[in-house]
Write a protein of this length. Structure first.
Lengths: 369, 561
């Protein structure tokens, strides 16, 4: 049985649905990242797990313990949930020393003195803060402050760690370092992590599974590889990684762009329901587009309108009918020049419905802050 | 050619600024110190100590210290409690309550003192009489002519200093600072004790020091409630000395010594406040916009609301109503029944009596001219301080800071010393001496508002104007002035409204025809014309409140546009 269980969890703010019937299971020691644009409901979900928000429907359980249940009208306050939590703005108390910050949750629990000292020192050592423990946190950098917050969350030896965009207030080069530190600590202590972020590379690097959310609705749950390799809809495809889209007309044997017909790219046919629409969206990763022989018969024709050298990669814009398609190649690939005619091959195409999740664009005003 | 003209402009502005501040602020201050320490041609500290050891002098010093400490403690407790109540609990009507708690800031404390005298003076006070005549009490239930009375009345008008600072800090505080304590296992009471209160402590202290500063230099309440039974503080004793002495050297010296003590104390308090603000201010500003969790008052919700309403009713509504009712009585002391009430008093003081009509005219014209002069002088001086790179700017900064720490009675005393003919100009007993004092008194407000506005105007905006071919003057006129206009407007109203109700300065400077509204109310009360005094106070309240509301509207309209 799953360790943390969210069942049909919903939350409204006034008329706005912040989280809509969310289901999620987290195993012991698993790291789950909730990923999505701002206002997608990921932070609200985390805050419901933490106990800062109550539920409008559903239930949250950890192990044998029910924490929040709308039906039973039952609700464990945050201070009794025994979770570790790290906030985006650090929330390190400036009037206490680093040591006292970390010892605070232990003192609240009225542990024996030696135990407090032992656990505080342990947490400080694991976060490399032991040598500065008597300082005020004000002197620390953002990364240092976030370590204090981590140490404070670790001190109670929680089974569950809730991380609310813990790295987004940090300088970019600190971010990568902290990622590994968090992962290390998890391996050592074996807690489960529920991790909120809008940064896809962070989610990929840290988590065992990713949950992609949009406007309160779960779009896809899966391993980083699954979510990247088999996005469940156009939104997920676009949100994770770079993407190029071409809208095409569909018939029984293939697609047509600007009146010209082509066979299914790499023989991949859209699903039945998409074909029934007569139109579809061809989605491809810019790195997975090939330049075919312009003189050959295969491929979709286009003109190179832009070519930018980005270091390791070269970024192309190709005009295909009315659409601009982005293509990337490594710098070693000579490739065509601006103005040249090319033919594009799509060895790994994905098909999505036109509109599809895009219908909900008008719901964007529903976003919560 | 361009270069020399710019140099000339800069120098001109600098000299002008120093000139204004020296004549208006520095000279009167120096004259006070000079008169305090320079006796018959010698520097004489022993004589200063002799003056301080006279019983009336050190009693006044002790009283000032005792009263202001008392007001600081009660005001801080009241202000912090209400700030917490309106920001961190689910009290009903919180927004309205918050506005209501700021109302005492609008009302002049000495008018409040007047009202409380009418209600709680031991024999004639309406409340005391109610209890003695109707409920058969053998003695008054509360005597307002006491230390406790003065402290209570001042607390009612000064607690907003702490209320504003603390509610602001609580509102801006990052809620995750408290949430992280909750997830650490602390309940709301522990969080309040160990996290919230320590984090807003700098704001509490800084508000408390403002109360202390203000109370120390406060004239009106002590003059109305204390002097009757011999309770003097420093400003009231200075007033006594100047008025009874008819210019005798000895009393002027005593006054200058008292003023010196007051200035030093005020400077010390401000220095302390600056330290608290600079060193203790934690970075606790919110990043994300989740509301902090509110304490659910549950069964206390309605009792707390009733308590707040009772407090507001007792400290704002009751005194205000009393003023208007007494102002409408045919004779002071009559019961409030319709056959004793009349509009005659209001008609008389508004349209017939020269003394009160003069007072209203004087206050309005003094307020307008002081606000205009100070606004323009403030722009020029702030510009030199904030924007110009001139040598000797440090002096200017110091002179500009000076008015912040100089209480009104000290300024008035300095102006008397400087402009009473001893140095060739005699403005005494004219309206001009009050104007000069007002400009000195309110210069600090103008500098503060204008510097804040000027700091928002980035240097590159002026440089862009100069690069486009504008001269220094043109850049000022077309770029800087339009951008700092909101700051200038703010300065104008920050001066005009307080000047309308001003008492401390003008009471030391008025002559037979140059009473201000404040002085007229005060002297009418002193002369036993309680009813007219109340009626004029009522009219003053109407003018002040109307002014405040109009300006709030104006500013709000500006911000929306």
């Amino acid at each position: 049985m799953a360790y943390i269980e969210l069942r049909q969890v919903s939350k409204h703010f006034g008329d706005v649905v912040a989280v809509d019937r969310l289901d999620l299971n987290i195993e012991q020691g698993e790291c789950i990242a909730m990923l999505g644009p701002s206002g997608c409901g990921k932070t609200t979900t985390l805050r419901m797990v933490a106990g800062f928000e109550d539920l409008d429907d559903g239930e949250i359980r950890v192990g044998e313990r029910c924490l929040s249940s709308k039906k039973k009208n039952f609700y464990v306050p945050p201070e009794d949930r025994n979770f570790g939590m790290v906030f985006q703005a650090f929330a390190v108390w400036p009037h206490l020393s680093i040591y006292e910050n970390v010892a605070f949750p232990l003192r609240i629990r009225k542990l024996p003195k030696e135990e407090i000292a032992k656990r505080t020192e342990e947490a400080l050592k694991h976060t490399n803060l032991f040598s500065v423990a008597s300082n005020r946190p004000d002197d620390l950098s953002g990364g240092g402050k976030q370590r204090v917050a981590l140490a404070r969350a670790l001190a109670i030896r929680p089974d569950v760690m809730l991380l609310d965009e813990p790295l987004s207030s940090l300088d970019p080069h600190f971010r990568e370092e902290m990622r590994f530190e968090i992962k290390d600590l998890q391996r050592r202590f074996g807690f489960s992590i529920l991790y909120v972020t809008h940064d896809q590379s962070e989610a990929m690097a840290l988590s065992d599974r990713i949950l992609v959310m949009r406007l309160g609705v779960v779009q896809q749950t899966g391993t980083p590889l699954e979510v990247y390799g088999r996005p469940s809809n156009r939104f997920v495809f676009e949100f994770i990684g770079l993407s190029s889209f071409i809208e095409t007309a569909l018939d029984a044997d293939g697609m047509s762009i600007d009146g010209a017909s082509y066979p299914w790219p790499n023989g991949v046919r859209p699903a039945e329901d998409i074909r029934a629409d007569g139109r579809g969206v061809l989605a491809v990763r810019p790195f997975e587009i090939e330049f075919l022989d312009p003189a050959g018969g295969a491929g979709v024709p286009g003109v190179v309108t832009r070519k930018v050298f980005l270091g390791e990669t070269i970024d192309y814009r190709i005009q295909v009918g009315g659409t601009e398609v982005r293509v990337q190649k490594t710098r070693r690939d000579p490739g065509p020049s601006v103005g040249e005619n090319v033919k594009l091959g799509f060895p790994q195409p994905h098909w999505y419905r036109v509109g599809g999740d895009r219908d909900q664009e008008s719901d964007v005003r529903n976003q919560i802050s | 050619m361009g270069k020399t003209s710019r140099f000339g402009t800069a120098q001109l502005l600098f000299v002008l600024s120093v000139g204004i501040l020296v004549v208006i602020v520095a000279v009167p201050m120096l004259l006070i110190f000079f008169n305090a320490f320079w006796v018959s041609g010698h520097f004489n500290v022993a004589d200063v100590i002799r003056v301080l050891r006279q019983s009336e002098t050190y009693e006044a010093l002790l009283n000032s210290l005792f009263l202001s400490s008392g007001v600081t403690i009660t005001g801080t407790l009241v202000g912090t409690f209400f700030a917490w109540l309106v920001t961190r609990t689910d009290l009903p009507l919180k927004k309205t309550m918050k506005l209501l708690f700021l109302v005492p800031f609008m009302l002049p404390a000495f008018i409040g003192a007047l009202a409380w005298k009418m209600l709680l003076s031991p024999r004639a006070g309406y409340i005391n009489r109610l209890f003695m005549d109707v409920f058969g009490f053998s003695s008054p239930i509360f005597d307002i002519y006491t230390y406790a009375g003065i402290i209570l009345v001042e607390t009612m008008y000064l607690f907003p200093f702490v209320f504003i600072q603390v509610s602001g800090a609580l509102e801006r505080m990052d809620p995750t600072l408290e949430e992280s304590a909750r997830i650490s296992g602390a309940d709301l009471f522990t969080i309040t004790r160990k996290i919230t209160i320590p984090l807003v402590m700098p704001s509490i202290l800084s508000g408390a020091l403002l109360i202390m500063l203000y109370s120390m230099a406060h004239f009106g309440t002590v003059a109305v409630l204390g002097v009757e039974t011999g309770i003097y503080n420093i400003p009231t004793l200075i007033y006594e000395k100047i008025h009874q002495s008819a210019g005798s050297f000895d009393s002027i010296r005593t006054a200058t010594v008292l003023a010196t003590v007051l200035v030093i104390t005020a400077a010390f308090i401000l220095w302390l406040q600056n330290r608290v603000l600079n060193q203790g201010r934690y970075q606790i500003i919110a990043g994300k916009s989740f509301r902090p969790s509110e304490l659910k008052l549950r069964t206390w919700r309605i009792p707390m609301l009733v308590f707040c309403l009772l407090y507001i009713g007792l400290t704002i509504v009751l005194p205000t109503v009393t003023i208007f009712m007494v102002g409408g009585l045919k004779t002071y002391g009559l019961p409030f029944v319709s056959e004793n009430m009349t509009w005659e008093n209001y008609r008389y003081i508004l349209f017939e009596w020269d003394l009160t009509r003069d007072a209203i005219w004087n206050s309005v014209s003094l307020g307008l001219s002081a606000a205009l002069i100070t606004m323009f002088a403030g722009v020029i001086i702030s510009y030199v301080i904030v924007k110009m790179k001139v040598r000797g700017k440090g002096i200017l900064e110091f002179l500009g800071m000076l008015p912040f720490s100089v209480p009104g009675s000290v300024i008035a005393l300095g102006v008397i010393l400087a402009w009473s003919g001893k140095y060739g100009v005699n403005l005494y007993n004219t309206v001009w001496i009050i104007l000069v004092a007002y400009v000195a008194r309110y210069m600090a407000f103008s500098l503060k508002a204008n510097s804040a506005a000027l700091e928002q105007v980035h240097d590159s905006l002026v440089e862009a104007a100069r690069a486009s071919g504008a001269t220094m003057w043109q850049a000022l006129k077309d770029v800087v002035i339009p951008l700092v206009r909101p700051g200038m407007m703010a300065a104008f109203f920050l001066i005009f409204l307080p000047a309308l109700r001003e008492l401390t300065v003008s009471v030391l400077l008025y002559g037979p025809t140059t009473r201000t509204i404040g002085v007229a109310i005060y002297t009418l009360n002193e002369d036993g014309e309680t009813v007219y005094s109340a009626a004029l106070a009522g009219i003053a309240l109407v003018i002040i409140v109307t002014g405040e509301i109009l300006i709030k509207r104006l500013v709000a309209g500006k911000n929306n546009a």
